[in-house]
Design a protein. Sequence first.
Length: 97
Amino acid sequence: MNVQVTHELLQEAYELEKTFTLSYPFGIYKDSLYSTTYDELTKWLRKTITYVKNHDMEYETLSLYQYLNSFRGKLGNIDQHEFKKILSVLEQYFLHN
């Protein structure tokens, strides 16, 4: 794996993590924080999926690939807790590959 690219993807994710500042005063969303930058999250997810796809011959069977792909088109619905989970899974993947 290209260490520089994995570092850049993680750095970008750490910066995006800081954008989870939007909250709603009512309903099921009131206990969570959401990102203020949907477009940047979407670009980062696409870039990360593409990286995994290009660097793992068996990407279709990877649980990481399937997990990341499950968020396509739904990033506006993830909260800070879910993003931290994505980040943790990605860190583990990069650590072991």
